[in-house]
Design a protein around this ligand. Structure first.
Ligand SMILES: NC(=O)c1ccc[n+]([C@@H]2O[C@H](COP(=O)([O-])OP(=O)(O)OC[C@H]3O[C@@H](n4cnc5c(N)ncnc54)[C@H](OP(=O)(O)O)[C@@H]3O)[C@@H](O)[C@H]2O)c1
Length: 263
């Protein structure tokens, strides 16, 4: 397997990107924040491995991004499929330098009305998906951290609901996001001396499929129409900023709310 230092640098003739020669896996790249993040990382020169279930959306994005993008149709709640996809992405690109755990699902029913299947889905995607993708990527990231870049990144897209319980109905969504925060902090401590950065992005309300479907069960959909929401690019910018810091600097947590959002 090639190391980071041996991989092909950026496209000839293109202005040098800060992530030339690196590979990033982005889960949930078929829409919203993941789609914007994959684009932003690619614009900085990263080869991007696009993970999600909707292959057609991933293929559309990969066509736009060109040959440095690969498509991996995978359900992040299936740990065996995730491991196979991560290994496939690493083999195809020659390693993995950055993992962005972004795939997520939300439903905001009050506990007494909630469907247990919806709760299970949030745990499967928002928590188990992050755990199994991170676990599958750790070996590849450790190898990348020994390369020329001298660092590897695990970025997880949490939420304001990972810092505080944002209101009635945020029950299991908030629980999954708090859980990935705890996991990220433990992982940060484990990887600190191994050139591994662990970073958490905590968006407030963002205009994506999660908030704009008109489904009142989606997280804070009722608020979404009343506020000036963030754009997915606002979160993508934060991710790019985190992973382009010098290797000595780890931005472990970034909270980004719409200016008008109070809670
Ligand atoms: N929008 C907000 O206001 C907001 C606020 C705070 C945090 N967040 C977090 O931001 C992240 C991205 O959400 P978004 O707002 O961009 O929503 P989105 O547009 O609905 O995107 C969700 C992404 O997750 C993927 N996904 C869902 N279930 C999956 C599964 N089982 N396996 C693989 N991929 C799966 C979806 O792809 P497929 O359907 O193609 O599989 C999609 O690409 C989530 O973690 C969410 O909790 C969002």
């Amino acid at each position: 397997m090639l190391t980071c230092a041996e991989r092909t640098p950026g496209t000839p003739g293109r202005v040098t990107g800060r992530l030339d020669g690196t590979t990033a896996i982005v889960t949930g790249a078929s829409s919203g924040i993941g789609n914007a993040t994959a684009r932003a990382l690619a614009a900085e020169g990263a080869a991007v491995a696009l993970f999600a279930r909707r292959r057609d959306k991933l293929e559309d994005l990969a066509r736009e991004l060109g040959s440095s993008a690969s498509v991996h149709e995978v359900d992040v709640s299936d740990a065996d499929a995730v491991r196979a996809a991560v290994d496939e992405a690493a083999a195809e690109h020659g390693g993995v330098d950055v993992l962005v755990n972004n795939a997520g699902y939300g439903s905001m029913d009050l506990a007494r009305d909630a469907d247990l299947g919806e709760w299970q889905k949030m745990v499967d995607v928002n928590l188990h998906g992050v755990l199994s993708t991170t676990h599958a990527a750790l070996g590849h990231l450790a190898q990348a951290a020994q390369g020329a870049r001298g660092i590897a990144d695990v970025v997880t897209v949490s939420s304001v609901a990972g810092r505080t319980v944002t209101g009635p109905g945020s029950n299991v969504y908030a629980a999954t996001k708090h859980a990935v925060g705890a996991f990220s902090e433990a992982l940060r401590q484990e990887l600190a001396e191994q050139h591994g950065r662990v970073e958490l992005v905590e968006p407030g309300l963002v205009d994506t499929e999660l908030t704009n479907t008109g489904d009142d069960n989606k997280p804070d959909a009722s608020q979404a129409s009343e506020l000036g929401l963030l754009h997915a690019d606002d979160i993508a910018d934060a991710v790019v900023w985190m992973v382009t810091r010098p290797a000595r600097a780890a931005v472990n947590e970034v909270l980004v709310r719409p200016t008008e959002q109070k809670g």
